[in-house]
Ligand binder design. Structure first.
Ligand code: UDP
Ligand code: MG
Length: 323
């Protein structure tokens, strides 16, 4: 009997959680030879999400849940899921039914054929605005040119991972997480299957443009050092132009004895160089901030409750025993 754990990070999902559970129940009953367990992660929800999880786990012994002490973000919630899952494979999916559970039998099928990472790829981005579509493309282009591993495009977090992948992912404990990149980074045998993303069933998305831009910056700066390289190149380029201009000005003054002070040119050059320097400093600062954050070596999430039991932390190591 294969054991598969379904990991669902949830943040204010009280409207959809029960529906998701019902739907999953229906789907998994069609998969033979598999024993499914659920692992819900309550990422500091402000609504009744945790109570629904408690109820479900009381009713159904296959349901476990984790509750964070505050909102740590989806990336942290996914890591917690991977840490606490104990199946032969895990399936990560969103709570809002945008990831159709109907895909699960197909995923399991491929897993049995020997694929270790079966991920669902969005078929179209028609539901997204023109701008979002193109921004996403540019983002992927930048990431790709900076990292040595080919990236999977338009792949969400909806995927089945073999326990070997899970073990590998547990090793990656950086605080600034870009999980999508990590899936690629660990390697293993991958298979992409296609799906049409569903509209959110209820509730509203927690992502807006600002947080998407942040996520993109996070992805770029935590995954590649391209911006640093670009700064060096920019510096080189500006210095080169500056030398050419210097020669031009110098000989202009020597030969023609040009007496004009050239205040506008001066100001332009000054401001331009100032801008370039600030930009470069900013980019360096961005990386320095990351180093600073990582160097604190904080835990990535704090678990408050696990399956009806309050967890506590004892000294350095979090207590992780099963209730
Ligand atoms: N989520 C989370 N913590 C957060 C934000 C979101 O665990 O801080 C969960 C959320 O409950 C959902 C999934 O991550 O299950 C995807 O979130 P959402 O649907 O808001 O994102 P989108 O589908 O728009 O990318
Ligand atoms: Mg969603």
């Amino acid at each position: 009997m294969d054991k598969i754990t379904i990991i669902v990070p949830c943040f204010n999902e009280q409207e959809v959680l029960a529906a998701l559970y019902e739907k999953l129940q229906r789907v998994i009953s069609t998969v033979s030879g598999c024993e499914f367990t659920y692992l819900f992660i309550n990422d500091g929800s402000k609504d009744g999400t945790l109570n629904i999880m408690r109820d479900l786990s009381k009713r159904d012994r296959r349901v476990s849940y984790l509750s964070f002490s505050r909102n740590f973000g989806k990336e942290a919630a996914m890591l917690a899921g991977l840490d606490y899952a104990d199946g032969d494979a895990v399936i990560i999916m969103d709570a809002d039914l945008q990831h159709p559970p109907e895909l699960i039998p197909e995923m399991v099928e491929y897993w049995r054929q020997g694929y270790e990472d079966v991920c669902a790829k969005r078929k179209n981005r028609n539901d997204e605005s023109f701008m979002k579509k193109h921004l996403t493309r540019i983002f992927y282009d930048i990431l790709e040119c900076g990292s040595k591993v080919p990236l999977q495009r338009n792949v969400g977090d909806f995927r089945l991972l073999d326990k070997r992948c899970v073990g590998a992912l547990r090793l990656l404990r950086e605080e600034q997480r870009y999980t999508k990149g990590m899936f690629t980074w660990i390697g293993y045998k991958k298979k992409e299957i296609f799906f049409v993303p569903q509209p959110r069933m209820a509730g509203k998305t927690t992502w807006n443009y600002w947080s998407l831009i942040n996520l993109a910056l996070e992805g770029i700066t935590s995954f590649t050092t391209v911006p640093l390289r670009l700064t060096s190149l920019l510096g080189l380029f500006v210095s080169f132009v500056a030398i050419c201009y210097m020669i031009y000005v110098f000989f202009g003054a020597l030969i023609y004895g040009d007496p004009v002070a050239g205040y506008p040119t001066m100001l332009t050059v000054l401001l331009f160089l100032g801008g370039v320097q600030l930009l470069s400093l900013g980019i360096i600062g961005e990386y320095l901030g990351r180093v600073f954050n990582e160097s604190k070596q904080r835990p990535i999430y704090i678990v408050d409750e696990y399956n009806q039991k309050k967890l506590f932390y004892d000294g350095q190591r979090p207590v992780r025993e099963k209730p």
